[in-house]
Design a protein around this ligand. Structure first.
Ligand code: CAA
Length: 297
């Protein structure tokens, strides 16, 4: 079961990162987006990142053009019919995802493998929207995809061991490290990471330390690349909130319950870096300014 051609549905932050990595590893990659404008934007973002790598001399100009030559974008799902593996990286919404999977089921070859990059939607519920549950699994990449080495490979009750093995091999060819996990909310990373992030908010609410001092503590005291507030802003507060709710719905434990401050920030549209403001204000991207804690948060 060899994977030769790859399809990536969704070319936002995660999808464009995944497409960059698959094309860089030598796989012809077809990206599907909802409009031509989104196709152009996704491909443009990949080109910019590749250009930066050339400037840093991590990539030659020839390699850049070979990678770009392996990338194509379309708005037409039926063009995915030649792909051996399709990775979905669209909105985190079961209904929207299942609408896509139902359409893809009619387009893809019977032997094609289906993978979702979801961080929080049930893989089992998605596989049931197709007539090929045994060829379905989760492939969860991390942001920024070109940099982060891990891919969580999520097995369901139905995943064929040969399909799973093909995904393991493929992940290694991307230069990433696969870990084996099962279809449980949060898989491994978010099951452990999200309660830690939520606890940082509770520590802030209880006055244990300021945003800056809590971030500095975990960065310098534990060697984390980012403190919890900078990391939440980086992930997106709406995403953290969504995953926390999924975990809380499943486990009903206080450690997974999203704190009120997180909910208020999300409702206010302060979603972190992507909206310009979250726990920090990014008006000057080189010097993020923490929320004013002299007002009641
Ligand atoms: N895309 C591509 N490359 C990027 C990048 C991006 N968005 N951001 C940084 N990089 C690259 C830089 O080009 C640089 O590459 P070189 O070493 O080749 O020069 C390298 O990453 C380091 O970047 P910087 O020196 O600018 O900054 P840094 O050392 O602070 O690293 C970071 C940036 C890699 C993002 C680092 O801070 C980090 O690892 N942060 C933690 C990220 C993390 O935890 N991600 C997981 C989030 S959880 C998730 O994704 C799952 C989920 O379901 C929510």
């Amino acid at each position: 079961m060899e994977i030769r051609e790859v399809g990536v549905v969704g070319c936002g932050l995660m999808g464009s990162g995944i497409a960059q990595v698959t094309a860089t590893a030598g796989f012809p990659t077809l990206v599907v987006e909802a409009s031509q404008e989104l196709c152009d934007r996704g491909i443009e973002n990949i080109s910019k990142r590749l250009k930066r790598l050339v400037e840093k001399k991590s990539l030659s100009a020839e390699q850049q053009s070979a990678i770009q030559g392996r990338l194509r974008a379309t708005t037409d799902l039926s063009k995915l019919s030649a792909c051996d593996l399709v990775i979905e990286a669209i909105l985190e919404n079961l209904e929207v995802k299942n609408k896509l999977w139902r359409s893809l089921d009619g387009v893809l070859r019977p032997e094609a493998i289906c993978a979702s990059n979801t961080s929080s939607v049930s893989i089992t519920q998605m596989m049931m929207a197709t007539r090929r549950p045994e060829r379905f699994l989760g492939m969860h990449f991390f942001n920024p995809v070109p940099v982060m080495e891990l891919v969580e490979l999520v097995k369901t009750l139905a995943t064929d061991p040969e399909v799973y093995e093909a995904a393991v091999e493929f992940t290694r060819k991307l230069g990433k490290t696969p870990v084996h996990t099962f279809d449980r909310p949060g898989f491994i990373v978010n099951r452990l990471l999200v309660p830690y992030l939520l606890d940082a908010i509770r520590a802030l609410e209880e006055g244990v330390g300021s945003i800056t001092d809590i971030d500095r503590s975990m960065k310098l005291g534990c060697g984390h690349p980012m403190g919890p507030f900078i990391l939440m802003d980086f992930i997106g507060l709406d995403t953290v909130y969504y995953i926390a709710n999924v975990l809380f719905d499943e486990f009903r434990e206080g450690r997974f319950a999203p704190p009120g401050l997180l909910k208020r920030l999300v409702v206010a549209g302060w979603l972190g870096r992507k909206s310009g403001k979250g726990f920090y204000d990014y008006s000057d991207p080189n010097a993020p300014k923490p929320l004013d804690q002299s007002v009641r948060l």
